[in-house]
Design a protein. Structure first.
Length: 309
């Protein structure tokens, strides 16, 4: 049943007709506020206050439509620069996470790289960090190329990799000589069987294997490892492997999305894990919201409960 619901939600995410209409429906917008605090920088940074008190860091991503031209891509880049400046003045322990397509990857790869380089320099200048989000199997190679170019001169950069993709273990091997920062997620895009594992047990097994490989490698090289998952049981399994290898839980991070399993996030922070909350904000929240529901169909039930008195 969850597999059917996941496919339906992903179909809704990619449907332009629904995307133009559902965000205008009041109860849909209210439901989305469970997972995104609003559309402005003020909304995003406001959500961080309570998290900082709990010793939790934050990672921010703006939700914008794919740019139609270079001017739109630059506007998005400028928005991230403003966000970085506001993070600093607000004295928030925060980082940014950017989709390369937001910065014009589909329009001009070199121009996209130049914008990423500007953001990486700005993040490093204030002791922050730039993450590159991974979008789908069709863009993996171009995103990896961008990251390798960027990492060569800007070490305070990381990349997101999806365990659902069959190629990811080899991509990790490709990146290891660079001592990368990797946020490992399960992945929520609707991928063909040739490119991705389709069953949860397969994805979980691949996730565990890649995470253990990264932890073992971290004993010999300076890696930054972030487990981007809401699967607390899987985090526990990985922590057990880490402990057996003499790696304390403070040597890796757990990243979860704002509003998803908030109680578990707090519990992990109290237990000594480094917990980061991913806060997405902006006007183009519909597709992102539907993909989040598809990523963990139980979120759809939570969203419905959120609408009840």
């Amino acid at each position: 049943m969850s597999g059917v619901l996941r496919r339906v939600l992903l179909w809704c995410a990619g449907n332009a007709w629904l995307g133009a209409r559902l965000p205008k429906v009041a109860f849909i917008a209210r439901a989305a506020r469970r997972f995104t605090p609003g559309e402005s920088i003020d909304d995003a940074l406001g959500a961080a206050v309570a998290l900082q008190v709990l010793n939790m860091t934050t990672v921010y991503s703006t939700l914008t439509e794919p740019p139609a031209d270079a001017a739109a891509a630059q506007t998005t880049a400028d928005g991230y620069l403003e966000l970085l400046a506001r993070i600093k003045t607000s004295e928030i322990d925060g980082e940014i996470s950017v989709r390369p397509t937001q910065l014009g990857l589909a329009l001009d790869e070199d121009a996209c790289f130049a914008r990423l380089r500007t953001l990486a320099a700005a993040a490093a200048a204030q002791g922050s960090y730039l993450w590159l989000d991974m979008e789908g199997s069709a863009s993996v190679d171009r995103t990896l190329d961008l990251y390798q170019r960027l990492r060569a001169s800007h070490p305070r950069t990381g990349i997101c990799l999806a365990a659902c993709l069959r190629r990811t273990a080899k991509d990790v091997e490709r990146l290891l000589p660079m001592n990368p920062a990797i946020r490992l997620v399960k992945g929520a895009h609707d991928e063909p069987t040739s490119a991705a594992f389709r069953h949860r047990r397969e994805v979980d097994a691949n996730y565990l294997g890649i995470a253990v490989t990264l932890l073992r490698e971290s004993r010999n090289r300076p890696l930054r490892i972030a487990l981007g998952t809401h699967d607390v049981e899987l985090v526990g399994q990985i922590a057990t492997h880490a402990g057996a290898a003499g790696i304390p839980k403070g040597d890796f991070e757990v990243h979860m999305i704002y509003g998803v399993r908030a109680r578990e996030q707090r519990a992990l922070a109290r237990a000594g894990y480094k917990v980061g909350t991913l806060i997405a904000y902006g006007p183009a929240w519909y597709r992102w919201y539907m993909v989040r529901l598809a990523e963990r169909p139980a979120n759809a039930v939570l969203a419905l409960r959120h609408l009840l008195p």
